[in-house]
Ligand binder design. Structure first.
Ligand code: PLP
Length: 396
């Protein structure tokens, strides 16, 4: 049967010409390893770290192999030990509890609110119950809680805040770049995020000791002086022999293709939001569709959209998804008990201590998610939203 929409929801834009040229240069000289230099050159990786760090207003930045690696590296640098409780949102992607569990630490799941952000009351209660010292705050699907309020709570109670900005690179809260609050903040440059190097990530901080430890942990051997966005060398003297090498360095090829993309990030974010607003406006007019509130302080990046389908049963949600799919529209059900593709509900992470987050479960029970790749035109977005609305109308 002919579909109404034929483009792929997982096809990103091709990389810019400048990225191809920069990649060829690295491939031709062959020095892909970040510490492989001639004379006193600074490598693509070291320069990218400086550029990314300054783009989010942070002095220290480390480029690594993935967003998940950045989170686990941050936790190691914060001296998280096996068995330590670490709080995180119940609504996030699998690499987040995965990073915590990779250290043998215990993910403690915190409920979310209707805005899809961490529930601060539940968080405070769980900090009391567990004596945890660390929060890995996931800005899942680009939704941020009140960062000024959260930051104050963390400073007040000596909670170490690690921000997971996989979906908020380029976003802001109250004018501050996302990732500007965390003691350590982590980003991903995996293909489906806002910069694309296939795999990759960053960790940023203002803290000299954390940065020195993270750099040693990432596998810098004794070449940390070849970094630019680094603290003074005296900080490495304290840590260089005390942290294991858990190799996770970025290489110069990925850094080379990322640098031109970083320059374009702002205009890409605008392009995402243009598409997001078109879809949001059309969906918002339908009574069976419930949109997520976006607070005024939040300048988000609309690289995906979430909405509630106001029906009572999971089987109706499934039917709606399959009707949309037949017409070429790919939606993900965030409340699905069975993990599918990239999406999994918290209770499918069976390697962690079983925990119930009943309010989160209710919120996710009819929550749908759709990617908005920039390979879609504005009229594609209009068409997609109209199809979704037509299918919703058929339910009533
Ligand atoms: C993608 C993602 C990460 C990290 O992903 P990597 O694939 O390890 O780069 C972390 N958190 C969230 C919410 C993500 O979506």
């Amino acid at each position: 049967m002919a579909r109404d929409f034929n483009k792929s929801f997982t096809q990103q834009e091709p990389l810019p010409e400048e990225s191809l040229e920069a990649a060829m240069k690295v491939l031709k000289h062959g020095r892909l390893h970040r510490y492989n230099i001639v004379d006193d050159e600074y490598t693509e990786t070291a320069i990218l770290e400086r550029e990314f760090g300054s783009s989010v207003g942070r002095p220290y930045c480390l480029a690594v192999t993935s967003g998940g690696y950045a989170i686990s590296c941050a936790l190691r640098a914060l001296d998280v030990k096996p068995g330590d409780p670490v709080l995180t949102n119940a609504f996030t992607l699998a690499p987040v509890p995965g990073a915590i569990a990779s250290l043998g630490a215990k993910p403690i799941l915190v409920e979310i609110t209707e805005d899809l952000v961490i529930d601060i009351d539940d968080m405070l209660q769980k900090f009391e119950e567990t004596d945890a010292k660390i929060l890995v705050l996931s800005h899942m699907r680009g939704h941020s809680c009140d960062m000024d309020e959260l930051n104050e709570i963390c400073l007040d109670r000596n909670i170490f805040l690690v921000e997971d900005c996989a979906h908020t690179m380029g976003a802001r809260w109250n004018g501050n770049p996302s990732g500007g609050y965390g003691l350590v903040s982590c980003y991903s440059t995996q293909t489906y995020k806002h910069l694309n190097s296939g795999e990759g990530g960053f960790l940023v901080t203002d803290d000299e000791n954390i940065m020195a430890s993270a750099t040693i942990l990432s596998g810098s051997y004794m070449f940390y002086d070849r970094h630019i966005a680094k603290p003074e060398l005296k900080y490495f003297k304290k840590t260089r022999l005390n942290y294991p090498n858990v190799s996770g360095r970025m290489d110069n090829l990925r850094a080379a293709i990322l640098r031109p993309q970083l320059k374009m990030l702002e205009s890409k974010c605008e392009a995402w939001n243009e598409r997001y607003r078109i879809i949001e406006n059309i969906l918002g007019a339908n009574t069976l569709i419930g949109l997520i509130r976006r607070p005024e302080e939040e300048s988000f990046v609309g690289s995906s959209i979430q909405f509630h389908l106001k029906v009572k049963s999971g089987s109706k949600v499934k039917k709606f998804i399959s009707n949309c799919l037949e017409r070429g529209i790919e939606l993900k059900w965030l409340g699905n008990k069975d993990p599918q593709g990239y999406t999994s509900r918290y209770d499918s992470w069976q390697y962690i201590t079983p925990q119930e987050c009943p309010r989160t479960k209710v919120i996710l029970s009819n929550l749908l998610d759709m990617r908005i790749p920039l390979s879609f035109t504005l009229s594609d977005c209009e068409l997609i939203a109209n199809i979704i609305v037509e299918e919703a109308d058929k339910l009533s």
